[in-house]
Design a protein around this ligand. Structure first.
Ligand code: IDP
Ligand code: MG
Length: 167
């Protein structure tokens, strides 16, 4: 079911103070926000997220970009949106991967740029198909962080698990 999609506001979007603007644009889709958090992106998470691009010449730069290395802002806002044809609606709003080819009214067309090193700084990430959405949502969120049961879960009792808790 094409009902859920992962959206990331990448470090350039945060540094340019575009969060409110992007959330407003997303609300125009009438989709429902069902999870959101600010993430300090580890190298492992960035590499896993973009693993389909690992052979590209811009891969290392892309990992640094997602981790905030190009913007001195080590955070990303991760969200899950839910609703009919969520993936296509958000992809259309985001615009084409290359910000210079994106519709000027799309988020990437309006706010993206190409860096001197050739990385497309395109402000947002949006899942491109159902398989990718499932992989990405499960990568970025735990079941309890999403208000709906978007994928099947099971309860496991784990021994010897260390957890950081409030003192
Ligand atoms: P998408 O974000 O539109 O789904 P992908 O092909 O999955 O596009 O690429 C992931 C990200 O890698 C893009 O959003 C962009 O930041 C960067 N990227 C993709 N292709 C290129 C390229 O040809 N040159 C520079 N950066 C690229
Ligand atoms: Mg993609």
């Amino acid at each position: 079911m094409n009902k859920k999609t992962l959206i990331l506001i990448k470090p350039d979007g945060l540094v340019k103070s575009l969060t409110g603007n992007i959330l407003t644009r997303l609300s125009e889709t009438k989709l429902e926000i069902i999870a959101a958090k600010i993430v300090n992106v580890s190298e492992e998470l960035a590499r896993e997220h973009y693993k389909h691009l690992q052979d590209k010449p811009f891969f290392n730069e892309l990992i640094s970009y997602l981790q905030g290395g190009l913007h001195d802002r080590q955070k990303v806002m991760a969200m899950v949106y839910w609703g009919d044809i969520a993936i296509q609606k958000v992809r259309e709003l985001a615009g084409a991967t290359n910000p210079e080819e994106a519709e000027p009214t799309s988020i990437r067309g309006a706010y993206g740029r190409i860096t001197s090193k050739g990385v497309y700084e395109n402000v947002v990430h949006a899942s491109s198909d159902e398989k990718e959405a499932e992989r990405e949502i499960k990568l970025w969120f735990k079941p309890n962080e999403i208000i709906y049961d978007v994928y099947p879960t099971e309860t496991k009792t784990l021994d010897q698990v260390s957890k950081r808790v409030w003192v």
